[in-house]
Ligand binder design. Structure first.
Ligand code: UD1
Length: 432
């Protein structure tokens, strides 16, 4: 298992390219199941989760061709063509779903296109129980019959799914995406109220529109979908990754550096930018993205609460905590989306961070310097917070179990090293 070794203390200076959003790509790829035509996705990040989704789609019968090379043409140079001319298998097996919860996003499209789907129940994960009950209830409202047996969701519908008025009692990104895809091929109108407004949901909606879907209210909390008999192929470019952007913005801030994030979309990061600005980080839009500068001011702590978009993203909570650990004064972080998303806390504390967790809130008291230590990554965003802490810490940090990191960050050590960070990947087996 790979590890990452960092010797902290170097302010980052330079340019970091931002890739396509993992979470958008994971919803866009299964959209290919809705049509016999070819869906050509560009700006696709090169990540383990994307390969897992590709493997899942392949076993449903999706033909794939990868053209272009990210290293020569940049991220936009890589285009993945997905063609679900014929769906040969409507089962998403345990072995693939357990690797990645987003696999459940094949459920809506398979059911809409084939009238049946069998998808392994994702189960819990490191950050919480994360059920899919809201996806299933909404599909039932659309006429699906759903049984749970032997660890699988078995869904069937006679004829087409029927349009329905869905009111999500709680904002769910994956639930909104699953129902949005299913509704494009349903009979009549589907209204999704309290829909997730995350940019990745809007990206999926725009792609579905390019495929012939009729959707109104994109980017709002109410989506209206008029079902059509068939969708067609399309070309679509994946939106920029706002979480990758936010993570590198924190990398610049935590090292008191000065970095331009090329390809970043400032309009998708308002809450993160507001928070970082409150801490004393200077952020400005540039023609190519955004510049993050923290080399001239002392950073101060601030309070955040994670919320559905446009609130502060839960996927940035761990990274912000690393930054707060090095800012002066106290900060309060409250996690409202997932119940168990503080697993980075004991690891950050091993590096000298002062954090007290009380239920869903954590008080962070900034220290002048973190110190390097061997630490262990427990989930994707927790891993990135440990990398960030390592970049700022005095001495050597070894982050174990970086396979979590590879699920969501492309060439992380290359991008950071290009800005002066002392960081390297140590390949192979390691004592854990
Ligand atoms: C997506 C993102 C993830 C992000 C999260 C919240 C992808 C691949 N992943 O995850 O990175 O952290 O949004 O922004 O896009 N819930 C239920 N029942 C359901 C569905 C959700 O109780 O049927 C709960 C969850 O347990 C969680 C909350 O609702 O507490 C939000 O989950 P949801 O928005 O669905 O997250 P994901 O789509 O799984």
């Amino acid at each position: 298992m790979d590890r990452i070794r960092i010797v902290g203390g170097t302010p980052l200076k330079g340019i970091i390219p931002i890739g396509g959003a993992k979470n958008a790509a994971l919803a866009l790829m299964p959209a290919c199941l809705l049509t016999e035509g070819t869906l050509a996705l560009s700006n696709l990040p090169h990540l383990v989760d994307i390969s897992t989704m590709a493997n899942l789609l392949a076993q449903h019968g999706v033909g794939m061709a990868l053209n272009g090379d990210a290293r020569n043409g940049g991220h936009t140079g890589r285009v993945l063509e997905l063609t679900a001319a014929e769906i040969v298998n409507t089962t998403a097996p345990y072995d693939l779903v357990r690797k990645m919860r987003a696999s459940v996003l094949v459920l809506g499209p398979l059911l809409a296109r084939c009238g049946e789907a069998r998808v392994s129940l994702p189960g819990g994960c490191a950050i919480g129980t994360r059920p899919v009950d809201l996806h299933l209830k909404a599909l039932e409202q659309m006429g699906a019959r759903i049984e749970l047996a032997e660890g699988y969701i078995a869904a069937k519908v006679t004829g087409r799914l029927k349009g329905a008025h869905i009111i999500f009692p709680q904002v769910t990104v994956g639930g909104t995406e699953n129902i949005l895809m299913a509704a494009t091929l349903a009979e009549g109108e589907t209204v999704i109220a309290n829909a997730a407004r995350e940019p990745e949901v809007a990206d999926l909606a725009q792609c579905l529109i390019a495929m012939g879907a009729r959707i109104e209210g994109v980017g709002t909390g109410t989506l209206r979908v008029q079902g059509v008999a068939a969708l067609h192929g399309a070309e679509y470019s994946v939106v920029s990754d706002r979480i990758e952007t936010g993570t590198y913005a924190v990398a610049a801030a935590i090292t008191r550096g000065d970095v331009e994030l090329v390809g970043a979309r400032v309009d998708l990061l308002e809450s993160v930018i507001k928070t970082l600005t409150e801490c004393g980080v200077a952020i400005e839009a540039t023609p190519r993205g955004m510049r993050v500068k923290a080399d001239s001011t002392e950073l101060v702590g601030t309070d955040i609460m994670t919320e559905p978009y446009p609130g502060f993203p839960t996927d940035m909570q761990a990274q912000l905590m690393a930054l707060m650990a090095t800012a002066s004064g106290a900060s309060m972080i409250t996690e409202t989306i997932f119940e168990n998303r503080y697993m980075h806390v004991p690891e950050l504390m091993r590096m000298g961070a002062k954090v007290n967790v009380h239920g869903a809130s954590a008080i962070v008291r900034g220290v002048p310097k973190l110190s390097g230590a061997p630490v262990m990554a427990t989930d994707l965003r927790a891993s990135s917070s440990l990398i960030l802490a390592g970049l700022a810490a005095e001495g050597e940090t070894i982050v174990n179990r970086v396979y979590h990191l590879d699920r969501g960050y492309e060439r992380v050590e290359e991008k950071l090293a290009a800005c002066g960070a002392q960081i390297e990947r140590i390949k192979g087996e390691a004592a854990e």
